[in-house]
Design a binder for this molecule. Structure first.
Ligand code: 5GP
Ligand code: MN
Length: 338
């Protein structure tokens, strides 16, 4: 199951891109609520296609067409088109960092209307929903797959491609801190940096900048954090929630809550952490993390979502307490290292 793409799959993807005529239309889609890997992989590939002379390009993601502030410096944002205005039937569609069709929201029909579809991803839970699937569960980020495909297409790295792929790689490795940070990851980072990137500027923009209102909002949300030592067969759970009222009170946009999980998962006493973020009247976006005792992707998949062993998520319904109760009920069965 955890296999890298085969040579036949790489060849099929290369052939599918090469088959697009110079005036052919290409649509790039990344997952809803895009993170650095989704946006960076998509825009990095877009720059590569431009280098191949394929310039009838649209890039998009489902939902509100708002790019989170940390990513507003990425080169290529001018290619973004709101989801309700993208090409209804492109020649080629390429999807990035989406583990399943549900992550494409209203854009899922393009898989059928496009001439060909390619899925680029690194989630073990990927459902292989494309015509051609380049899914590498060992890759630290989708951008690792993108770099390989660009290489096979004969596109050399330039500083624009590199900045996008670096943001993606840094995002999914937690700034080169997580266990996915293999020698190959550092070798890729070295290739990207060699194009002349300024990693200090990029990291400050992506990870270390937030509005003062968000700093104070974090105060409120962290004050209500809970620690449950008995959860996950005694491995422990730390969690909190943030409502739309919290955002309104400090005049903040939802994306400011993305790094909130990092302020919860540092809890020494708990293996598992989660943050429950209100996105609708009774709808919550859930982020979960584990330090290795629990496979949180099992919890996420059981509750309709997906992700990786140590980082996963899903959309929950009801109140915040209902969502956490559903997680608690799945945790015991997801313990892999008691
Ligand atoms: P995050 O907590 O950073 O939003 O997401 C962690 C991981 O879980 C990511 O790999 C992401 O793709 C996955 N994930 C988060 N939310 C969902 C969801 O609603 N559905 C699916 N399938 N995966 C999700
Ligand atoms: Mn990713």
């Amino acid at each position: 199951m955890l296999a890298e793409p085969t040579e036949a799959e790489w060849a099929a993807a290369v052939a599918a891109v090469r088959a697009v005529p110079a005036d052919g239309r290409i649509l790039l889609i990344c997952h809803v609520n895009p993170d650095g890997d989704a946006l960076g992989s998509m825009l990095g590939f877009a720059h590569g296609l431009l280098r191949l002379g394929l310039d009838r390009l649209q890039a998009t993601f489902p939902g509100p067409p708002e790019v989170p502030e940390p990513f507003r410096g990425l080169p290529g944002l001018e290619l973004l088109v709101p989801a309700d205005r993208v090409d209804p039937a492109p020649d080629l569609v390429v999807c990035f960092d989406a583990a399943s069709e549900s992550r494409l929201g209203t854009l899922v029909d393009r898989l059928d209307t496009a001439g060909t579809s390619i899925v680029l991803d690194h989630h073990a839970s990927n459902t292989r929903f494309g015509g051609i699937n380049l899914v590498d569960p060992h890759a630290a980020a989708t951008s690792v797959v993108v770099e390989q495909l660009l290489d096979r297409l004969g596109v050399p790295l330039d500083v624009r491609i590199a900045e996008c792929l670096y943001v993606a790689l840094a995002t999914d490795t937690g700034s080169f801190r997580f266990d996915v940070t293999t020698p190959a990851v550092h070798q890729m980072a070295a290739r990207l940096l060699a194009t002349g990137l300024r990693p200090g500027d990029i990291s400050r923009r992506i990870f270390d900048t937030r509005p003062f209102g968000a700093v104070r909002l974090y105060g409120d949300v962290l004050t209500r954090a809970r620690y449950e030592p008995e959860a996950a067969r005694g491995l422990g759970l730390a969690w909190t929630y943030a409502t739309r009222d919290d955002l309104t009170r400090y005049d903040q946009r939802p994306y400011v809550l993305e790094p909130l999980i990092d302020s919860i998962r540092c809890t020494a006493e708990a293996d598992v952490s989660c943050v429950v973020k209100q996105v609708g009247d009774d709808e919550w976006a859930v982020s979960m993390r584990s330090k290795g005792g629990v496979d949180v992707s099992r919890v996420a998949v059981a509750l309709g979502g997906g992700g990786h062993r140590l980082a996963a998520g899903f959309t929950g319904r009801g109140g915040a307490d209902d969502v956490v109760a559903a997680i608690r009920a799945e945790l015991d069965g997801a313990v892999i290292n008691p």
